[in-house]
Design a protein around this ligand. Structure first.
Ligand code: CTP
Ligand code: MG
Length: 248
């Protein structure tokens, strides 16, 4: 039965160490145009009026997140800062458990987003919420601009998929709550199912029959991963329109 008010919650991930960035401060806290990288996705979710935001951080950074991000910028929809785990999927699982504690169930929606992607905006949020409600599961992504090749372990090309069918996938990824929660519960109960899990759409693909819709993200919705990404992000921020879309 359709719930009267379908809540839309968000899990924002900030518990990674950022090893590829090679910086002593984890990349999600590095300054970008004077504010921490993590600020921007929380601001987009606040402006979109996500009902509840759960921020996932490491034990060392939890207090910093509470004081220097949530309190300092008055993010009123961040309900909790919870501790993440060793792998990204452990951190997502902690976020799902917290939303469950906050009463999420059934047909409520949950958005899962990397705190290291500062270019989230209201248009992307609108599209992923729409598709999650319609299809149960979706992932923001974009058609690949580059030709993609599958390689063998020795580094030789073995296959070239039709480029028009190749997407590179981003976050947010959005799901009906009970679908993603049950998929995660089954995955966490089986070690072999946890191998090489790098995003949440994979958990749905592996553990359920639900098909994951690929939803238009944006080419600027990049993930800050290596040092040159910060330079790129600074440049992209320059022309940024700060008018985040609102949810009706
Ligand atoms: N993340 C997390 N918990 C983990 C690992 C990652 O919450 N155990 C978060 C990161 O903080 C980031 C997002 O997931 O916002 C995407 O992960 P990735 O870009 O791989 O970040 P890191 O794992 O921190 O970086 P690296 O892989 O270079 O170490
Ligand atoms: Mg990582």
């Amino acid at each position: 039965m359709e719930q009267k008010h379908r809540r839309c919650g968000a899990i924002v991930l900030a518990a990674g160490k950022g090893s590829r960035m090679k910086s002593s401060v984890p990349k999600q806290f590095l300054p970008l145009r004077g504010k921490p990288v993590l600020y921007y996705s929380l601001a987009a979710l606040e402006a979109y009026r996500a009902d509840d935001i759960v921020l996932v951080s490491s034990r060392e950074e939890a207090e910093y997140c509470r004081r220097e991000i949530v309190e300092k910028y008055a993010f009123s929809r961040v309900r909790s800062v919870v501790l993440g785990g060793r792998e990204r999927y452990h951190s997502v699982y902690a976020g799902l458990k917290e939303l469950e504690r906050l009463g999420y169930a059934g047909a409520d929606l949950v958005l899962i987003h990397d705190g290291a992607r500062p270019f989230l905006d209201g248009e992307i949020l609108g599209r992923v919420c729409r598709d999650a409600a319609q299809y149960g599961a979706c992932a923001a992504g974009m058609p690949s601009k580059d030709t993609v090749k599958l390689a063998d372990a020795a580094g030789f090309a073995v296959q070239t998929p039709d480029r028009s069918l190749v997407w590179t996938v981003q976050t947010p990824q959005a799901f009906v709550f009970s679908l993603i929660r049950d998929a995660y519960e089954r995955m966490m109960a089986s070690e072999s199912s946890q191998e090489n899990v790098t995003d949440d759409a994979m958990v749905i693909e592996r553990m359920t029959d639900c098909r994951v819709r690929l939803t238009e993200g944006s080419y600027r919705n990049m993930k800050i991963t290596t040092p040159e990404d910060l330079i790129l992000a600074e440049a992209l921020m320059g022309g940024a329109d700060d008018g985040y879309g609102k949810r009706d």
